[in-house]
Design a protein around this ligand. Structure first.
Ligand SMILES: N[C@@H](CCC(=O)N[C@@H](CS)C(=O)NCC(=O)O)C(=O)O
Length: 206
């Protein structure tokens, strides 16, 4: 029995949901209320969510959970240089998210959007260069099947630029990040169960 504990939003758990659906691993998506969280917080190793329970084994830290799932389902490279290629893409998305969170502080929606429009194309260019280095951009970041980096990338690109309600951002991706958009669609197409999840997923704000 697998249970994912997180709040009722996409947040740091959504990439884990992407992976669980992609790998066809049945799970209970336990959306915890803030009140329930406060009652159980001290029992959690770091006092933070997400947390994934698999048959009584308790995993915490979102990226470590995702890494565990990807390794379990052969979506993580074995060779050292390929691990570096995978992990450096994951770190780059961490930098992008940190930069966006920092820029958003104290800004209104319009100012944040302006910052994203001005700054994301540079990031798109760097990421797409990596994609081009592998099969001229027609495959995944590393090798010819998905690895953890593809999940991290596709989750961010889909939820930030492609999902319903993100029309304002989508045009930026279509203009400056066509390879990233195609890469995201490629990952979703690779896993029919992930595609089905995204087609019926409850819409949340973030
Ligand atoms: N490094 C941790 C950070 C987890 C984290 O910050 N979780 C937030 C929700 S996104 C949380 O549990 N906040 C509750 C609190 O700070 O009390 C991870 O990636 O899992």
């Amino acid at each position: 029995m697998t249970t994912l504990h997180y709040f009722d939003f996409y947040g740091r758990a959504e990439v884990i949901r992407f992976a669980l659906h992609a790998f066809n691993e049945p799970f209970i998506d336990h959306c915890i209320t803030p009140e329930e969280f406060l009652k159980t917080k001290r029992k959690n190793e770091f006092g933070l969510l997400p947390c994934l329970e698999i048959d009584g084994m308790v995993l915490v830290q979102s990226k470590s959970i995702l890494r565990y799932l990807c390794q379990k389902h052969n979506a993580y490279p074995l060779e050292m240089y390929r691990i570096y290629q995978t992990e450096s893409i994951i770190d780059a998305f961490g930098d992008i998210k940190d930069a966006i969170a920092k820029e958003r502080m104290g800004k209104n929606e319009e100012e944040s959007l302006r910052w994203i429009n001005e700054n994301m194309p540079r990031w798109f260019g760097i990421l797409e260069k990596r994609l081009v280095e592998n099969d001229n951009g027609g495959s995944f970041y590393v090798g010819d099947t998905p690895t953890m980096s593809d999940f991290v990338s596709a989750n961010f690109i889909y939820d930030f630029f492609m999902r319903p309600g993100k029309e304002d951002q989508r045009s930026l991706l279509e203009t400056h990040g066509q390879l990233l958009k195609a890469h995201t669609e490629r990952l979703i197409d690779f896993y029919p169960s992930l595609k089905a999840y995204l087609a019926s997923r409850q819409q949340k704000e973030f």
